[in-house]
Ligand binder design. Structure first.
Ligand SMILES: Nc1ncnc2c1ncn2[C@@H]1O[C@H](COP(=O)(O)OP(=O)(O)O)[C@@H](O)[C@H]1O
Ligand SMILES: O=C(O)[C@@H](O)C(=O)COP(=O)(O)O
Length: 424
């Protein structure tokens, strides 16, 4: 059927997060890795199409080029409403890519205004007076200040967005949101009249997100984290745009051999790795050793592991270890070496019969999924808010992948993931 909402995600965990939240409604969601090589045929498309890109930290021009190509494909699929998905912690560099991509998409779509709504209350992200909180902490005081690629050192979204865009930035604060969808719609119209193209929206609860979604459901372009998109299928149903058909599909059984790969250095991933090492064998990657000797030692270790709990290979490290690796190798190169190593290990693991992959980290998931040659993922059971199991076919073999955002899941996530897969 023709696509109702065309979504572009700036990383792969963000894409599965968004697809998982949209799929909670029972609607059919299709998740494609990269812009498909073939032109879109609306009859083969789902009402919700998500294109996963790996452009969060790409040079601005490259990110704009890739997102515009994704937009063109989604328009061919029939979409007239679009969603630009970035991180609920607004991960970006000083130059972008949140603002420049939004502005390029707006130009292509002739949209005068869009909203920016990263709030995800279920995962502790809220926005108040334009300031982003992670749990009880301001973004800039949260562990996101030490992110290896996008350290977030300011919590004021207007201040973060302003240098990234040419148009004017404004705020729809909590008082306006709390006044309900009609008041919010009127306020946005007033801001549009005043020439404000980019509006940060406060939201501290799911009820706020419902209000914003209701006020913005017909906006040509909405931008944000996944949670602002979650109410949209229900709203489209109310408007008679979407049928009640379930998108549920049966997936073939997946062979049991499994591996956990973690390239995320978030505080939550560090806790998850530590908890899992109490129960399963682990191998720690050292970026300097990888730069010198490659992945042979890790691959040999993996090949030697007895069956049982899925082994864990991780580069996950404390901020001072990450800084030391970055000082020795350069920030970009350190990240790339680790991503390429985990991708290389994943390909080797697949060749040795591994069919269940749990991957921690957005950039890491992008590298692993691309290397495995996955082009489309089917979304299945949610393990934790924003992290579903997904299924793919690689060389004709069914494979399960859980792509975990660095910050998501409980401490027991890796164990939870396999339990969830077995109980489906
Ligand atoms: N020990 C390390 N030293 C330096 N960089 C690292 C290390 N471990 C992982 N990285 C890099 O840090 C980045 C983490 O980003 P990502 O995978 O997106 O995780 P998250 O989801 O937590 O943001 C990746 O580029 C990864 O290769
Ligand atoms: O919105 C979110 O927080 C996630 O969907 C997301 O984008 C994850 O990014 P990483 O933390 O880099 O995995």
């Amino acid at each position: 059927m023709t696509t109702l909402l065309g979504c572009i995600a700036d990383d792969f965990t963000g894409a599965t997060d968004l697809a998982g939240l949209l799929a909670r409604s029972g609607a059919k969601v299709s998740l494609r890795i990269g812009v498909p090589g073939e032109p879109a045929r609306p009859e083969d498309c789902a009402p919700f199409e998500v294109i996963a890109l790996k452009c969060r930290t790409a040079p601005v021009d490259e990110a704009i080029r890739d997102c515009r190509a994704a937009l063109a494909w989604l328009r061919q699929a029939g979409a007239r409403r679009f969603f630009w998905k970035y991180c609920s912690t607004f991960d970006s560099t000083p130059e972008g890519n949140i603002g420049p991509v939004a502005e390029a998409l707006m130009a292509d779509l002739g949209a005068e205004q869009t909203i920016y709504c990263p709030a995800f209350p279920e995962n502790g992200r809220s926005v108040y007076m334009g300031h982003l909180f992670v749990g009880r902490q301001l973004l800039s005081e949260s562990p996101m200040k030490d992110h290896p690629l996008t350290p977030m050192r300011d919590s004021n979204l207007m201040r973060l967005l302003d240098p990234q865009v040419e148009g004017k930035v404004g705020l729809a604060d909590r008082a306006v949101v709390a006044a309900g969808p009609t008041a919010l719609g009127g306020y946005l119209a007033q801001l549009r009249h005043d020439g404000i193209a980019h509006v940060i929206t406060d939201a501290i609860s799911d009820a706020d997100l419902e209000t914003i979604a209701r006020a913005c459901k017909d906006m040509t372009l909405v931008t944000g984290g996944s949670a602002i998109a979650r109410p949209l299928p229900t709203l489209y149903r109310e408007d008679g745009l979407l049928s009640r058909d379930s998108g549920e599909a049966n997936h073939p059984p997946i062979a049991e051999k499994a591996v956990v790969l973690s390239g995320s250095c978030s505080a939550m991933s560090r806790a998850q790795v530590a908890a899992y090492l109490d129960r399963a064998p682990g191998f720690k990657l050292d970026p300097l050793a990888l730069a010198k000797d490659g992945t042979a030692a890790a691959r040999a270790w993996l090949a030697d592991q007895p069956s049982g709990r899925a082994p864990l290979i991780y580069a996950t490290a404390e901020p001072d270890e990450v800084r030391a690796a970055q000082e020795a190798l350069g920030v970009g190169r350190a990240g790339q070496i680790v991503e390429e190593a985990l991708a290389d290990i994943a390909v080797d693991a697949f060749a040795h019969g591994v069919r269940r992959f749990v991957v921690a980290g957005g950039e890491t998931s992008g590298a692993v999924t691309k290397a495995l040659g996955v082009s489309r993922l089917a979304v299945d059971a949610e393990i934790a808010p924003g992290v579903p199991w997904t299924f793919a076919e690689i060389s004709g073999e069914p494979v399960a992948l859980a792509l975990k955002s660095g910050n998501f899941g409980k401490e027991t996530f890796f164990t939870d993931a396999f339990e969830r897969l077995d109980e489906r």
